[in-house]
Write a protein that binds this ligand. Structure first.
Ligand code: IPE
Ligand code: IPE
Ligand code: MG
Length: 256
């Protein structure tokens, strides 16, 4: 089950694969430390793994791929590492944007923009503008992203609208709040994968992941590849999602 030739992973009637996959790309530093290399080397190899994930995702019927690239808490890392990560993002967009565009990938960025360097903000906007009308995979880059900040910002916008008399407090519902998140218009993630063996969300898509299936992989992110994605998608396909309801009768589940 390594590629899209398995019918279970093509989108269509009775499809069981995830539409939206979120990935917490963790373990670059430990991958490097294990080899006696500086952390930046792990991050560099991590970009290679990211490229593989983007190339492989459509073969599994995945329509949205959200990659956690830099969290609002990652600013607490040593300044050199922060600037290395910023430089890697810039290089990734400069090097890969044309190829992503030629593969019909639509790039969307979530996270705070205001405290990013101007040139990074401009590159992110360029990536979104160039690929806006593409119809293939939507690549969501979560950069300078944190769920708590995202939810607080949505609450603030709704409060301002209420103060201005444009909405009433009763208008604030899970649906209207979701419309004010950075992910508005993107379906909730079906599957969240975290590499490196850690088992936590670390402020990633906490609202959106309410009913996501979680898969934790024991490998470090630079070692992630198509086979690892296939394994996680297969694991997902065997889960029973209930969304608070009851299990579907066996006859319905098997279609017999
Ligand atoms: C993930 O790898 C990359 C980012 C958070 C940007 P880490 O840098 O967190 O690697 P570990 O967890 O220290 O091994
Ligand atoms: C989460 O990883 C953030 C990204 C992968 C970008 P961290 O390495 O920052 O998370 P913690 O600190 O282990 O929770
Ligand atoms: Mg980490």
């Amino acid at each position: 089950m390594k590629d899209g030739s398995d019918p279970a992973f093509s989108r269509g009637d009775g499809d069981i694969g995830p539409i939206h996959v979120g990935i917490i790309m963790d373990g670059n530093g430990r991958w490097a430390a294990q080899r006696g290399l500086p952390r930046i080397e792990g991050h560099r190899r991590g970009v290679e793994a990211l490229r593989q994930a983007v190339r492989a995702a459509p073969d599994f019927g995945i329509r949205y791929l959200t990659l956690y690239s830099f969290s609002t808490e990652n600013w607490t890392r040593p300044p050199q590492e922060v600037s290395d990560l910023m430089a890697l993002l810039k290089r990734f967009i400069r090097n890969d944007l044309a190829e992503l565009h030629s593969h019909n990938v639509r790039v969307k960025v979530i996270g705070l923009r205001d405290n990013l360097d101007k040139d990074i903000g401009a590159l992110l906007r360029e990536a979104e503008d160039l690929t806006r009308h593409n119809t293939g995979l939507t690549l969501v880059i979560a950069f300078n992203y944190g769920s708590r900040q995202e939810i607080a910002q949505a609450a603030r916008i709704l409060a301002e609208k209420a103060l201005a008399g444009r909405i009433t407090p009763e208008d604030i519902t899970p649906t209207t709040l979701a419309h004010h998140l950075d992910t508005a218009g993107i379906p909730d993630p079906d599957l969240i994968i975290r590499t490196s063996g850690e088992r936590r969300l670390s402020n990633f898509l906490m609202w959106q992941a309410a009913y996501a299936e979680l898969v934790f992989l024991p490998i470090y992110w630079p070692d992630f590849d198509r086979a690892a994605l296939a394994g996680a998608v297969t694991d997902y396909a065997h889960r029973e999602r209930r969304f608070g309801g009851v299990a579907a009768p066996l006859a319905v589940k098997t279609g017999s």
